[in-house]
Ligand binder design. Structure first.
Ligand code: NAD
Length: 272
């Protein structure tokens, strides 16, 4: 999508962002939307360099600023390197979108310790490491005339509140993200650092392609969504941009659900 001039264009002018897991899905859309709003964006990728470079090329092609940075968010040294890389590229960092996430689904008794740990490591520990390094770097940045000096958006999920049988590692990680986000928000608010989360419902991305790519999967998904459509990555990206911006300066410690009403208990429609 070309970067047209409208009122959203300048929302993040001069801000410098790191988006993890930004070579695909929601992360890629977030990176592009932040750039469209004027932010310089570090596009983190784990394995797919080519796709990350395509995101960077699209941002630059539309007149924005971006770099691709390789790094595994579950590894401490790699996360330190990602924040340092962002600071090196843009002279500082003001925004973090901790978006990377994986699923390794199995019933409890079939779930290996390895798959439990893999999901917790990326989806929860990865966000902890990214938040810690971002806050350390925000503290080195200038104060901003009463406005937030740094803003973090954690990518959560409706499964921070909806239990999900067969996905205990994923649901436990997202529930953990909720309490981590609120605790960090409380801890750093006085430094004018905001920490929030966005909780998507069913969004059409590679992570759930096995479900939405079949007719039965799509129909089953739609039964859970009162709004009657599957979400697109841009639905989430636009909300992240707003939440990261000064427009949301008085918002901290909040999860914003972007779920077409999935958390409204669709099974009760028609009196249950
Ligand atoms: P996706 O698979 O396209 O994106 C996940 C990204 O995380 C990928 O780019 C992947 O390379 C990256 N990643 C995986 N392991 C990593 C690691 N060790 N280090 C760094 N990056 C790593 O799927 P998505 O749907 O765009 O998921 C993005 C986020 O949104 C995830 O946190 C996911 O839990 C969350 N989410 C998605 C949905 C949905 O319906 N798609 C719903 C709720 C929450």
């Amino acid at each position: 999508m070309p970067m047209t001039k409208n009122s959203r264009d300048r929302l993040l002018e001069g801000r410098r962002a790191l988006v993890t897991g930004a070579s695909s899905g929601i992360g890629a859309a977030v990176a592009e939307d932040l750039a469209r709003a004027g932010a310089a964006v570090a596009v983190n990728y784990h394995s797919d360099r080519k796709q990350a470079e395509e995101v960077v090329a699209r941002i630059r092609g539309a007149g924005g600023q971006a770099v691709a940075l390789e790094g595994d968010v579950s590894k401490e040294e790699a996360v330190i390197g990602l924040v340092e890389g962002t600071v090196e590229a843009f002279g500082g960092i003001d925004l973090l979108v901790a978006n990377s996430g994986i699923q390794k689904d199995a019933a409890l008794t079939e779930m290996s310790l390895q798959d439990w740990q893999a999901v917790i490591s990326v989806n929860l520990t990865g966000q902890f490491l990214c938040c810690r390094e971002a806050v350390r770097a925000f503290r080195k940045g200038p104060e901003r005339d009463g406005k937030a000096r740094g803003s973090i958006v954690c990518m959560s999920s409706v499964h921070e509140v909806i239990p999900w049988a067969g996905h205990v590692n994923y649901a436990a990680a997202k529930g953990g993200v909720r309490m981590m986000m609120q605790t960090l928000a409380q801890e750093v608010a006085a430094e004018r650092i905001r920490v929030n989360a966005v909780a998507p419902g069913a969004i059409r991305t590679p992570i759930n392609e096995d479900v939405w790519s079949t007719k039965e999967g799509r129909e089953a998904m739609l039964r859970l969504i009162p709004y009657g459509r599957i979400g697109e990555t841009e639905d989430v990206a636009r909300v992240v941009t707003w939440l990261a911006s000064d427009e949301a300066d008085y918002v901290t410690g909040t999860t914003l659900f972007v779920d077409g009403g999935m958390t409204l208990h669709a099974s009760f429609i028609g009196n249950g």
